[in-house]
Design a protein around this ligand. Structure first.
Ligand SMILES: Cc1cc2nc3c(=O)[nH]c(=O)nc-3n(C[C@H](O)[C@H](O)[C@H](O)COP(=O)(O)O)c2cc1C
Length: 328
């Protein structure tokens, strides 16, 4: 257990924020698989202030998700603070997270995301303005630096702490690396040693054993898991269980996987309506099938589906095919 401000987090496993993925349907599913904290996909401060309909829908939180964290991004103090105030006063999020790691050019051009990594003073100014304006605890998610020649992770982390943030999470890659190469856990360790607020380590935690290794080697308060949880909420459950007991749970069988994929689909339909949900679920369904032998035909067929019934039929047929193969 650890605390972010006055928010108690039951265990040391956190779902990473992922744009286009971490909506209420996926977050709730991952929460039910035991995550101590789930993080929402990033939300643009300006889109929120313009009351963009799609953005406002992204603020929906299911009460079973808490504690959860909502992430905002922006490049200007005024709009970032106003967006933070909106989240503070109008949502049931427990934590307000500021994105300081997004590497995408579109975001960098708006002086947002990873752009701040080059300017510790801006970090202080922006984070302290948000902290002063809201009641909920504020956290920051960042990368190690801009590129290998501009790694200010420790300096930036100290500024985040000085500005009054209640925790920070650190993805061990630079902006330039995007998602390539390895996450640098040494820098994560240095940051953990440099500040007193909780630090959540992130990057390349792909097995429960690696989660333990990161905790042991870096001393971080929690691990954050992103890509490995895609179509695989069992990664969260197996990690929580391994950290608590040292026992490695088996991977789920195909029937179990498809059962959860359909639950996920139904939750997405509730959230976004059938048409949008099925389109969005195509990528998730494909992730749920990842690693299962003979999935090629089903993955192709999933991309042709337009309704719940069509998608469920493909998924259920796939389970049957796998079972038939096992029986023969
Ligand atoms: C599809 C996708 C979307 C992402 N969106 C966000 C986001 O909205 N906010 C953010 O801070 N990080 C975002 N990230 C980065 C992840 O939170 C995480 O830092 C990164 O994937 C490294 O962790 P991993 O090795 O466990 O995947 C995203 C990553 C992926 C793959």
């Amino acid at each position: 257990m650890f605390k972010i401000g006055d928010v108690e987090i039951e265990n040391r496993v956190v779902l990473a924020p992922m744009a286009g993925v971490c909506n209420a349907a996926f977050r709730l599913t991952v929460k039910e698989f035991g995550a101590g904290l789930v993080c929402a996909e990033m939300i643009s401060d300006k889109a929120l202030l313009f009351k963009n309909e799609k953005t406002m829908n992204m603020l929906y939180i299911d009460s079973r998700e808490n504690p959860m964290s909502l992430q905002i991004f922006g490049g200007e103090k005024e709009t970032l603070v106003e967006a933070a105030k909106y989240v503070d006063q109008n949502t049931t999020a427990d934590i307000i997270d500021i994105n300081m790691g997004c590497p995408v050019s579109k975001i960098i051009k708006c002086e947002a995301g990873a752009r701040w990594l080059l300017d510790p003073n801006k970090i202080y100014e922006m984070v302290s303005a948000v902290v002063e304006a809201v009641d909920k605890p504020v956290t920051v998610k960042m990368r190690t630096g801009w590129d290998e020649d501009h790694i200010y992770a420790v300096e930036n982390a100290k500024m985040i702490e000085k500005a009054g943030a209640s925790a920070l999470s650190l993805h061990g890659r630079t902006r330039k690396q995007m998602y390539e190469g390895h996450a640098d856990w040494d820098i994560i360790k240095q940051v953990k040693e440099a500040v007193n607020i909780p630090v959540i380590g992130n990057g390349d935690v792909t097995t429960p054993e690696l989660a333990k290794k990161m905790l042991d080697e870096t001393g971080v308060d929690a691990v954050m898991i992103g890509r490995e949880a895609l179509g695989n909420p069992w990664m969260i459950y197996r990690t929580v269980h391994y950290l608590e007991t040292g026992e490695l749970m088996p991977e789920p069988d195909v029937e179990e996987k498809i059962k959860i994929a359909i639950l996920h689909l139904d939750r997405l339909i509730q959230l976004k309506g059938e048409k949008v949900a099925v389109m969005e679920m195509r990528k998730h369904a494909s992730w749920y099938l990842k690693g299962i032998r003979g999935n090629g035909k089903a993955r192709k067929a999933i991309n042709q589906t337009n309704t719940r019934d069509e998608m469920v039929a493909v998924l259920e047929q796939f389970v049957q095919d796998v079972k038939d193969k096992q029986a023969s």
